[in-house]
Ligand binder design. Structure first.
Ligand SMILES: O=C(O)c1ccccc1NCC(=O)[C@H](O)[C@H](O)COP(=O)(O)O
Length: 207
């Protein structure tokens, strides 16, 4: 079994990028959704992305973006992967010539098999809890709603933190986990000790 990959999302400060990389994160997420408290403008995002070493992936997160806005981001920030966290259709997500993942906002009644089938060229599916305001809500969803086979890499998110991530990894065995608020001391302010504890929890579950 390969190790569980780890993405730390919603970074806004240089010290948080360093903390994530030092702790062993595989990816960092930059939020390009202006209403979010974790939003970063392109200039700032480019500064943060410049701190990311080779073999750590920089992910750009969008919510129902105007395609021109995504193109601007790609022109100004070295993003290796796009994350669509709204209601974007396959045709929109696939239109940028970059690998992308699609977030499903999970609540009872959501058909994840159908959701997966309707985004066939996504590199992976990120499962997040349904919250008002799209994401980063720190809410856990019922993991038993995840079907046995979704046919593509699964990124588990939604309310993960240093205390519950080991159990989440053991129960779901996702390809990767994604965390934002669970490693924060305030909205958009990451806590280095919590990031390190989160990574340790994942490694503990990996065995
Ligand atoms: O972080 C935000 O503010 C945000 C806003 C709109 C859509 C998505 C957003 N964040 C998503 C994430 O940070 C993660 O991919 C994931 O949802 C985990 O969030 P959390 O439950 O806070 O750990």
């Amino acid at each position: 079994m390969s190790r569980t990959r780890i993405k730390i999302c919603g970074l806004t400060r240089a010290e948080d990028v360093h903390a994530a990389v030092e702790a062993g994160a595989d990816a960092i997420g930059l939020v390009f959704y202006p209403p979010s408290p974790r939003f970063v403008a392109f200039e700032r995002a480019a500064e943060l992305a410049a701190l990311v070493p080779p073999f750590v992936t920089t992910v750009g997160l969008f919510v129902n973006p105007d395609p021109a806005y995504v193109q601007q981001a790609l022109a100004q920030v070295p993003l290796q992967l796009l994350q669509f966290h709204g209601d974007e259709a396959e045709g929109v997500c696939a239109g940028f010539g970059r690998p992308w993942i699609k977030a499903a906002r999970v609540r009872p009644g959501v058909d994840l098999v159908e959701f997966s089938a309707s985004h066939p060229s996504a590199s992976g599916l990120l499962l997040d809890a349904f919250v008002e305001g799209y994401g980063g809500g720190g809410k856990v969803f019922d993991w038993s709603l995840i079907p046995e086979r979704l046919g593509r890499p699964l990124i588990l998110s939604g309310g993960l933190d240093p205390d519950n991530v080991a159990e989440a990894v053991r129960r779901v065995r996702p390809w990767a986990v994604d965390v934002s608020s669970g490693v924060e001391s305030g909205k958009g302010i990451k806590d280095a000790a919590r990031i390190a504890a989160f990574v340790a929890g994942v490694r503990n579950a990996d065995g």
